[in-house]
Design a protein around this ligand. Sequence first.
Ligand code: 1GP
Length: 234
Amino acid sequence: MNIYQKLLQQKSNRQKLLGILIDPDKITVKDVKKHLRHILRAGADYILVGGSFLSSNHFEKIVKKIKKNSPIPIIIFPGNTLQISKHADAIMFLSLISGRNPEYLIGKQVEAAPLIKKAGLESIATGYILIENGQTTTVQYITQTQPIPRNKIDLAVATAIAGELLGLKMIYLEAGSGARQSVPLNMIKAVKNNTNLPLIVGGGINSKKEVLKMWNAGADMVVIGTAIENNEFV
Ligand code: 1GP
């Protein structure tokens, strides 16, 4: 069973999932083992690896070391076309469908496609939807795109439906790493009620209590990065 089939099975079993994001820019290869202990303690179902601004060149080494030291499946959550490794279990093939920048809708994908194929990686087409969080996020700055305003529920829903109709396999609602405000619960609920795809939510989530709220609102997987990095996830 590949990762996507497993995700679909978990969704149909109503199993709620926790994804923990490792940003290779924030840790060293030496830190991986220590970091994995926090991740295991938090109860991760999946490890995501990626960052929207890659200034380090140890991506491959980090993925390899995680794989060697943990049984948890690794999904690459790429911030750019350099973040591809055959040591991962799958990669989210992201399209920034909340934006109107062709580079992030199809340009980067054309660059990455042959490399993903060559690596033999399972690729999961994912509609990436950026939601305003009250401040400019790295994704917004790098991609030069506007997030969807937090109160425009209908726009988020229409964007997610468009992603589903285009044949994408998952929807990712993103408030941005370190977001001041996470994705609104009523937006998660509305997207859930109007689409059938696995729904991932991330950005600015710091506690189990918040994770629970997101799950109850309809998220199939909640992703935590910063709070685990800072060992502040409670
Ligand atoms: C995953 O970018 C997020 O969608 C991670 O966000 O670092 O705020 O947890 P945090």
